[in-house]
Design a protein around this ligand. Structure first.
Ligand code: ADP
Ligand code: MG
Length: 720
């Protein structure tokens, strides 16, 4: 993300403008992505050291980090036997006790640097107290001089470093840069001219409740620093509470910038894009719902009401100036199994009734196939054409000379309301370059989190601003939702269809597997089916189990029941055949990788066994678990893991404790960060220096409101 300060600000000057940065240091700084003065000043410290009072060496506690100050009284290289690695050791004395510091790989420069008589600050945890030993501590040479007040007698920052740049050097450079440039940090502007109103009395202190609470505990009033002040305090705080206050202030600036981008994108879109009238007339919907075999849940119905309101834009209303209805841009969130497909089908029917075509995009071929089969079954009897294109299969050809149709689309009119329209289903192959679907009224993207945000953007451009419905079963924590999908309206299906058996989840160590297999055999004998999931396709050095290896073993173990094998390296036709066998219960067990994580729907499958469960993310495990519990029978998810660390065991326990996708996603976000939660495919995650997507919901909300006020208050702020 670009910082709010603009390009001709003095802050954009090269970092070599800071006294003491020559060619050599500029190169080292570039390794830390520091190229400008501003980069240097926004280089967030990785931690802080309390150096107003040092601990006497004698008072250090075992395995407790502390900073001490001592003079070297002995130093040297030790080699335990000939040819062995050399160790460097030196002994510090502060008048209260000795501290032995050891580096297990002696470097040539150490003997010169750690010379007897030199004074150092030493930070680390003692590994023993008799004698006092510390391995690989961080040290900083105490050089008496004018700038000494920067490094001691205060809380000092330790910045992220790189080889050849010490903490002391970076600290000096930051200090000098602050002296010269600190006041160049202005309050952020929104757009070209708009200032945010947050320093006026009408706006409450926008820092989070957490910051206020911290300030209260420290006996301080919460306050709201200027941007310049915050930049100073993030490096040189008076008290530790100042760090969090400064961080929140700078994070808020980042979120404001982000929200401004999101909201102006939306505004721009609303200004140029006109809605096609796709409200439909129920003539297909009625028979569809009658034949569906179940009643929509209240949640499904209410979401459909949102969708119909979005899509039913009346062209005649557009004559009333700027209040034109714009195409739908809606995110549909619903936990696994909540019935998003049926909602998508209804939205598709409204569009088809209105004489427009629909495109439905799925992230995997298996899922596209499944949709193709379902929709053919549902829509075939209604006379709707259902076509499919994936990387390996294609049931139709688009003719590019459909000039009548194109003209009709451009003018926002359907050709005739009686003509039957088409539903196109596919993977992203559906939208490969040069491919133009004619008369597109609605684009539905299933399992949106598997696609990048950028892809979503290019997609809707393909048509003449069709309506857009994106669906996701990865419950997105609010922080991420507001950031990634801030330009979409959101509907949530917060209810599962009734008549489903409960899902029980167990975490078990690998030595319980024999019992688990007995249990599974019992369920298979009762007529149910099971998924078995391993993390790898083929074995490799990481020691995780692989489907190809376990396949032979399982076939024997589970005979006479039949086992199918599914993974990403199979050809499409093979995958399809395997899925068909499982669906038809010719195979009772499906051995698979996490490929089956999205969308697959086989209600008779009631057991999900996942080995090496610690190798998966929580959200991913929840998705996998969502494959079961789809029928009336009780279902069982068994997570096998020999993970020993309390962390990984705690993680898996969360799954056993809750079936609430939102809770799980939030835990996953905290534990593994947004990149991991959303998957590698997800682009569009902002690069934040100070903001924290797992923690800063308050600030993101604040930023959103502030920008909304500015954007609504003055249209001219938005470069349309
Ligand atoms: P997801 O939201 O995970 O995509 P699906 O659309 O695959 O869920 O639906 C899961 C299962 O629930 C399907 O078998 C579907 O037919 C069924 N289903 C959907 N809506 C209802 C409902 N209102 N009542 C009963 N079953 C439903
Ligand atoms: Mg689905």
């Amino acid at each position: 993300m670009s910082p709010p300060d603009n390009a001709n600000s003095p802050l954009a000057a090269p970092v070599s403008d800071v006294w003491g940065v020559g060619e050599e240091r500029a190169k080292l700084l570039a390794r830390l992505n520091i190229n400008t003065v501003e980069d240097l000043l926004l280089h967030k410290p990785r931690r802080y050291e309390e150096r107003r009072k040092f601990l006497p060496i004698r008072e250090m506690k075992l395995k407790e980090a502390a900073t001490v100050r001592g003079t070297i009284v002995a130093a040297g290289v030790k080699r335990f036997r000939k040819g062995a690695r050399a160790m460097f050791e030196c002994v510090f004395d502060d008048g209260t006790a000795h501290l032995h510091c050891r580096w297990w790989q002696a470097q040539p420069w150490m003997e010169d640097w750690y010379a007897v008589g030199r004074e150092f600050l030493i930070f680390g945890k003692p590994d023993s107290l008799k004698p006092r030993n510390m391995d690989h501590p961080e040290t900083e040479l105490v050089e008496p001089g004018e700038d000494e007040f920067i490094h001691v007698n205060r809380i000092v920052p330790i910045h992220p470093l790189t080889d050849g740049l010490t903490a002391r050097v970076v600290r000096i450079l930051v200090w000098r840069a602050l002296e010269k440039f600190e006041n160049e940090f202005e309050e952020p502007k929104v757009g070209q001219t708009g200032r945010l109103p947050w320093l006026t009395q009408s706006v409450q202190n926008p820092l989070s409740a957490r910051a206020s609470a911290l300030a209260g505990q420290a006996g301080r009033l919460p306050y709201f620093p200027s941007r310049a002040n915050a930049v100073h305090m993030i490096h040189f705080p008076n008290e530790m509470i100042d760090v969090e206050i400064a961080r929140q202030r700078l994070a808020l600036d980042e979120f404001v910038e982000l929200q401004f981008q999101i909201q102006s994108r939306r505004k721009k879109f609303e200004a140029v894009a006109k809605a096609l009238p796709c409200g439909g007339d129920n003539r297909l919907m009625k028979p569809f719902l009658a034949e569906l075999g179940f009643k929509l849940t209240a949640a499904q119905t209410s979401v459909l009401r949102d969708i119909r309101a979005d899509m039913g834009g009346q062209p005649s209303l557009k004559t009333f100036g700027s209040a034109s209805a714009h195409p739908m841009r809606r995110l549909l969130q619903g936990d696994v199994g909540s019935g998003k497909t049926a909602v998508a089908a209804c939205a598709a029917l409204m569009t088809l009734e209105s004489g427009f075509n629909v495109a439905l995009m799925a992230p995997t071929e298996i899922l596209a196939e499944q949709h193709f089969r379902n929709f053919q079954k549902w829509f075939g009897p209604l006379g709707v054409k259902v076509e499919m294109q994936t990387g390996s299969k294609k049931t139709f050809n688009i003719q590019h000379s459909t000039s009548n149709v194109e003209r009709a689309t451009r003018s926002g009119q359907s050709t005739t309301n009686n003509q039957l329209s088409t539903l196109f289903i596919g993977t992203h192959a559906l939208f490969t370059a040069g491919f133009e679907l004619p008369k597109l009224g609605l684009v539905i993207i299933d399992e949106q989190h598997k696609f990048g945000v950028a892809q979503r953007e290019t997609l809707v451009r393909k048509g003449n601003y069709p309506h857009l419905l994106v669906m996701t079963a990865t419950p997105i924590p609010r922080t991420l939702g507001l950031t990634l999908y801030g330009d979409l309206d959101v509907s949530v299906i917060d209810e599962l269809p009734g008549g489903r058996g409960a899902i029980k989840t167990f975490v078990r160590p690998a030595d319980k597997l024999p019992k688990v297999w007995d249990f599974i055999r019992e369920k298979l004998s009762a007529g149910r089916q099971a998924y078995v999931v391993y993390p790898r396709v083929e074995e490799n050095a990481d020691g995780l189990k692989a489907v190809t290896k376990e396949f032979e073993h399982l076939k024997k173990l589970l005979a006479p029941f039949k086992v199918g094998l599914l993974h990403g390296r199979l050809k499409s036709a093979e995958k399809e055949a395997v899925m068909a066998d499982f669906r038809a219960n010719r195979h009772q067990v499906l051995l698979a990788t996490s490929l089956i994580e999205v969308g697959v729907d086989v209600p008779n499958a009631t057991v999900m066994l996942i080995e090496n469960a610690e190798a998966f993310g929580l959200a991913q495990l929840h998705q996998l678990r969502g494959r079961i519990g789809r029928g009336a029978h009780e279902s069982y998810c068994i997570l096998i893991s020999d993970a020993k660390t309390p962390d990984s065991i705690g993680r898996l326990k969360i799954l056993a404790e809750t079936n609430d996708g939102f809770k799980i996603a939030e835990a996953d976000l905290r534990l593994r960060g947004p990149g991991e939660l959303l998957g590698q495919e997800q682009s569009g995650l902002p690069n934040l220096r100070f903001g924290d997507l797992a923690e800063d919901l308050d600030l993101i909300r604040q930023a959103r409101e502030l920008v909304k006020k500015s954007v609504e208050g003055g249209r001219d702020l938005l470069p349309v």
